[in-house]
Design a protein around this ligand. Structure first.
Ligand code: 13P
Length: 254
């Protein structure tokens, strides 16, 4: 947590979920009462096929809907891609960019992630920019250098708390059940905060820095209590309303 920053718990459904998964989304939006919604923002990023129906279902509830990726261009000959404008047209409000699975599977670079972030802003979306070191980089003591480099090169000038959220996701912690120690998370998030403040000043102090990688109900309270951890980007545990809501509930009494 960071004083004066409203945290965000965002679910990344990845390539999971047919229409019947929307039952879980409906349960999530119903579980977010006004008292909880005053303490924490909650979002779900379903596959693109479900975005529009998800925004329709969550209309008039506190649950925000986002996307998992966008193309940098607004339209054109890019078979299979969707643009930030299309996400906005489906009433999505957020878009994850630069997730490590896209960096690995689709060869995305810091430069392409930066361009996608600009595209999000152009369409009025808030970008969740993901960065994270691999296990080899972590073991070699290179995490801080790698993360500083990714942050500098993936986040455009002009980033501020209303258009950009940072997500620190150690690649080796994604889907593995492994997480860094609380001390390691604290020191990485402090480093990211320092870098954001150095570059962006006041907005850098107010930008949210999420932690992602094997967050679940059993470890959420410990991770989310760490200074400069302003919420979580949750994969597997965001597919079940019960688990997703249990993570949001951490904020009810703080
Ligand atoms: P898991 O929570 O399944 O480890 O996934 C994290 C993630 O990649 C969220 O973007």
């Amino acid at each position: 947590m960071t004083p004066d920053i409203k945290p965000l718990v965002a679910g990344n459904w990845k390539m999971n979920g047919a229409r019947d998964q929307l039952d879980q989304l409906a349960l999530m939006s119903r579980g977010l009462d006004d008292e909880l919604a005053a303490k924490v923002e909650s979002a779900v990023c379903p596959p693109a096929t479900l975005i529009y129906v998800a925004t329709t279902l969550s209309e008039d509830t506190p649950l925000i809907v986002g996307a998992q990726d966008c193309h940098a261009e607004a339209s054109g000959a890019h078979t299979g891609d969707i643009s930030a404008e299309m996400i906005a047209d489906c009433l999505g409000e957020l878009c994850i960019v630069g997730h490590s699975e896209r960096r690995t599977d689709h060869g995305e670079t810091d430069a392409s992630v930066l361009a996608k972030t600009v595209a999000c802003w152009r369409a009025g979306l808030t970008a969740i920019v993901c960065i994270g070191e691999t296990e080899a980089q972590y073991d070699a003591g290179e995490a801080e250098a790698v993360l500083s480099r990714q942050l500098a090169a993936s986040v455009p000038d002009g980033a501020k708390e209303t258009n950009t959220i940072i997500a620190y996701e150690p690649v080796w912690a994604i889907g593995t059940g492994k997480t860094p120690s609380p001390d390691d998370i604290a020191s990485i998030h402090a480093l990211l905060r320092d870098r954001l403040v150095e570059r962006f000043g006041g907005p850098g102090e107010r930008m949210r820095i999420l932690y992602g990688g094997s967050v679940k109900p059993g470890n959420a309270a410990e991770i989310l209590s760490i200074l400069n951890v302003d919420g979580a980007l949750v994969g597997g545990a965001s597919l079940k309303a019960e688990d997703f809501l249990a993570i949001c509930e951490v904020y009810r009494d703080v």
